[in-house]
Design a protein around this ligand. Sequence first.
Ligand code: C2E
Ligand code: MG
Ligand code: MG
Ligand code: MG
Length: 310
Amino acid sequence: RAKDAGGNRYELADPDSDARAIDRHSLTNRLPTALERDEFFLEYQPLIRMSDGHIDGAEALVRWKHPVHGLLGPDRFIPLAEHTGLIVPLGRWVLEQAVRQACAWHEERSAETRAKAKSNGKGKGKGKSAGTSGAGGDFRPLRVNVNLSPRQLHHPDLVPDTVAVLEAAGMEPSSLCLEVTESALIGADEDELKPLRQLAELGVEIALDDFGTGYSNLANLRRLPATTLKLDRSFTQGLQQHPADPADVTFVEGIVTLAHALGLAVTVEGVETEHQASKLRDLGCDTAQGWYYARPGPPSSFQQGFAVLP
Ligand code: C2E
Ligand code: MG
Ligand code: MG
Ligand code: MG
């Protein structure tokens, strides 16, 4: 340690962390204006239903186009926004954008379906209930997943804001999934869980993000208003080895069994290879997300149906 070394070693102490501190400071200062200046944008990564390979929804992931530092990922600035409280307006912006985007996709798909039905000469029903079922297409609206950080979770406006955004967009609550990390809920008492419970009762899906990393009491699962477990990427990585790490296989198997017994769906994160995908499908996972299927991309990549999907 620099301190023990004495003298001018102080100056040499971990220049990296100095740079990071300066960085943090300047990023933190810039955060509030960044929102006003429209420097944030969202990318979307598809969620794939493992049974048939169809796109089930998309997770919205925020990015910051910083005028000096370039493109910044959320790991660089979400903790700062959480610390300063800017996460509340930023999170509301993310929610609004994501819900609007999901509605736009839905409109497009409905229009496509109506057009197809019409050109097939089956378009007599005027497509009034477009999106649920009908002549040319039978699809549910795409679900959009939005990450919530702990500070948002504890903000009194979470429920009214979310309801207002859904109502303004005319979106079914079940087309929204809020992702909350498992660790954010550890030790939460009934009062702290109430907003999430209210949202779940309205039909909003709740996913426990990065599941398996938080050391939470499994018995705790029963009292959380979650509808989905999102298994952390680290377990997916363990399955890549040949043969797969037996501990990871056992863990995933056990979690899937437990989750299904509790009526929860299982999504897996970080699927990068075909090998992982087929292994996780065999283990009973319901939905998958990862570079093997598609990297996060602009809404337009979604409109084109993620042509790259294997
Ligand atoms: P997360 O919610 O667990 O999101 C998944 C992360 O894994 C994303 O990183 C995604 O790009 C990345 N990923 C997806 N597939 C793969 C893969 O196959 N391999 C690998 N190595 N990585 C993959 P990203 O976009 O950097 O986001 C990091 C974290 O930042 C998110 O983790 C989430 O906790 C947080 N975050 C992102 N957007 C928001 C937001 O709008 N609000 C809040 N509060 N947090 C956000
Ligand atoms: Mg997430
Ligand atoms: Mg995650
Ligand atoms: Mg993660």
